[in-house]
Design a protein around this ligand. Sequence first.
Ligand SMILES: *[C@@H]1O[C@H](CO)[C@@H](O)[C@H](O)[C@H]1NC(C)=O
Ligand SMILES: *[C@@H]1O[C@H](CO)[C@@H](O)[C@H](O)[C@H]1NC(C)=O
Ligand SMILES: *[C@@H]1O[C@H](CO)[C@@H](O)[C@H](O)[C@H]1NC(C)=O
Length: 321
Amino acid sequence: MKLTLFVVLCLAIIFGEGSTAATFGEVKQINAGDLNVGYVEAGPANGPAVILMHGFPYDIHSYEDVTPLLAAKGYRVVVPYFRGHGTTTFRSKHTPRTSEQSAFALDIIALMDALKIEKAVLGGFDWGSRTGDIIAALWPERVKALVSVSGYLITNLVGNLQPLPPHAEWAWWYQYYFATQRGELGLTNPQYRHDLGDVIWKFNSPTWNYSAETYNQTAAAFTNEDYVAIVIGNYRWRQSLVKTIPRFAALEKKLAAAPTIGVPTITIDPALDPFTAAGNGSAYRAKFTGKYEHRVVQVGHNLPQEAPEAFAQAVIDVDQF
Ligand SMILES: *[C@@H]1O[C@H](CO)[C@@H](O)[C@H](O)[C@H]1NC(C)=O
Ligand SMILES: *[C@@H]1O[C@H](CO)[C@@H](O)[C@H](O)[C@H]1NC(C)=O
Ligand SMILES: *[C@@H]1O[C@H](CO)[C@@H](O)[C@H](O)[C@H]1NC(C)=O
């Protein structure tokens, strides 16, 4: 009894209360393509693979509660940090730190190759939905099924040149901030970088009462040395303020045609997400040509962390389609 208490106290001291290491497993590293990828892995090594991808400004902890639910169902769950986040680093200082949408997809394909995952169920929100959508569209042979929060998010650079109604533009304030030198300096400032994510979290998730510990656990991933380059680069690229580098040009040309997605898919709209006009998914229904279902969940933008059971259930269900 006393020994047990002692061990628990030691663990609490070593890992901190309710922290990653205690609940989410160790972060592993593997060389994959341009990157040395940091990722968490759970569940049986020979189980069917599920890869869960985070958004901005978030990290792998969006899946902290989803992961054990899927691992308990026998899935091999892999949750990687994207380029510029957490312990994921570039292997060469010569690799351009660019953020075309196809770069993220190639990073995940390289990770699948490195982990010898032929085919996986992909799940994501925000940047993670976009990446899953791209892989499902261009490499369907690698995707068993897809869970895509907010539907079809493949970026249309030409479409992005057109303005939205003012209220929708207002929600995107940071995209315009990042387009300026002032925004780049703001994101470079460690205190402002930390605080910016918290401002966006509160706006994105109006009913999610997360703690400062929960936010800080994720914000640690924003101290990555490439974070500013990757975030600024991504939002400027979407605005056509920086060009696609030649290496990604052919893939971006395919994506500019807004390819359809034929793998089994569940789309989920977070009803309280200020970025999603939650509804019946009719706006993007035609982009999904395979077995398909649409769901709505009454939470904000960070759906897997706000409604982990609903997200995990979608992964389990789409795998049965
Ligand atoms: C949010 O959580 C904190 C700490 O758990 C609690 O004190 C507070 O009352 C909660 N606020 C709301 C609006 O639920
Ligand atoms: C969260 O991080 C900020 C900035 O580093 C710090 O000031 C604050 O005390 C932290 N809060 C908790 C609860 O860890
Ligand atoms: C879906 O929602 C849109 C916009 O509210 C509406 O125009 C359309 O009729 C709806 N479609 C279905 C199938 O319910």
